[in-house]
Design a protein around this ligand. Structure first.
Ligand SMILES: *Cc1c(COP(=O)(O)O)cnc(C)c1O
Length: 336
């Protein structure tokens, strides 16, 4: 196995002698989803991005952004984050020997992501504000100080993230539609770039949460709210690009409610054996709500691992069965 810069160097902005900061990200599983296929009446595949080294697709972009930062002589990297970018930036900064700083909305990031960013030694700043305010502030900060900005406004992030589209086409060939959660809209932009580069044009079906759906409403959302914290974003940085990808691919960007997201989240875990985080389930929620729209082969991108957000999982799952330590009680407890 190798990381994605090594695997796709000829299609990425890196030369043979360039420094590479990698945790062997990418090459994630693409698994057939039998139950979901039955329900939807199409051939549905799941791209398991939670299998990346820090548990989300952000690692694809981060290997490129941090490698480029090292090439440029940066000593520190910074990002605003709803959680996964922070975890990924912190890990790749640690690996590169750089200082990492992350700005997250106070109290609004999932526990696993916070633990990761702190464990990797990043300076974690909890902003009394939301993601959109955090991004505005880090952009201003990086104009004043020589710190590399590794949000998806950084073009290297999109370069790395487009490789997931390459992997899908290499594995199953042409697909008709891609269902993908949309927050800051970097990933939908990157997938469309990747598909376009290999001459494939699936419909890009972007999904936002009802309480954080600026691209659906056609206007920024001042106070975005959703259980899917990774896509709790009111003013996407890649707004225009996402709309372009939707139009050029004859796709759509639509909204799903928190209940629909949580239904898909539980369905994937209990019927497909795949545990993703709530935001990641929004693509599947959209597929279940709006149907496959005539598509025969569909890929749903599951952007992050379920263990990122144990609190939401425990609030959605059944409870444990208490039991005294004797055989009759155990029999009753196990057999119901
Ligand atoms: C970052 C993230 C998203 C949203 O991706 P964008 O590029 O911001 O649209 C979706 N799901 C998860 C789990 C994420 O971490």
């Amino acid at each position: 196995m190798s990381g994605l810069i090594e695997r796709y160097r000829d299609r990425l902005p890196f030369g043979p002698g360039d420094p590479v900061v990698s945790l062997e990200e990418g090459s994630t599983p693409l698994v057939a989803a039998e139950r979901l296929s039955e329900r939807v009446g199409a051939e549905v595949w799941l791209k398991i991005e939670g299998a990346n080294p820090t548990g989300s697709f952000k690692d694809r972009g981060m290997t490129c952004a941090v490698s480029a930062a090292v090439r440029e002589g940066a000593e520190a990297v910074i990002c605003a984050s709803t959680g996964n970018t922070a975890a990924s930036a912190a890990a790749y900064a640690a690996r590169a020997g750089l200082t990492g700083a992350v700005i997250v909305p106070d109290g609004k990031i999932a526990t696993g992501k916070l633990a990761q960013a702190l464990m990797h030694g990043a300076r974690v700043v909890a902003l009394a504000g939301n993601f959109d305010q955090a991004l505005t502030l880090v952009r201003e900060l990086t104009q004043r100080h020589p710190i590399a900005l590794v949000n998806s406004v950084n073009a290297f992030r999109l370069e790395g993230q487009k490789t997931a589209a390459f992997e899908i086409v290499e594995e199953v060939g042409e697909i008709d539609a891609l269902c993908i959660p949309v927050g800051n809209a970097g990933n939908i932009t990157a997938y469309w770039k990747g598909f376009t580069e290999v001459g494939v044009k699936p419909r890009m079906l972007g999904l936002q949460a009802v309480g954080a759906a600026p691209l659906v409403d056609g206007a920024p959302v001042a106070n975005p709210e959703t259980v899917a914290s990774a896509i709790r974003i009111g003013n996407p940085a890649r707004w225009e690009e996402a709309i372009d990808a939707m139009r050029a691919s004859h796709g759509s960007i639509r909204a799903v409610s928190d209940d629909e997201i949580l239904d898909a989240y539980r369905f994937l875990a209990s019927h497909e054996g795949v545990f993703c985080e709530p935001a990641s389930a929004s693509g599947v929620a959209g597929l279940l709500k709006y149907g496959a729209d005539g598509a025969e082969r569909v890929v749903c991108v599951l952007t992050g691992h379920g263990l990122k957000d144990p609190q939401t999982a425990l609030s959605q799952a059944g409870s444990v069965v208490p039991c005294p330590a004797d055989i009759e009680a155990v029999e009753r407890a196990v057999l119901g």
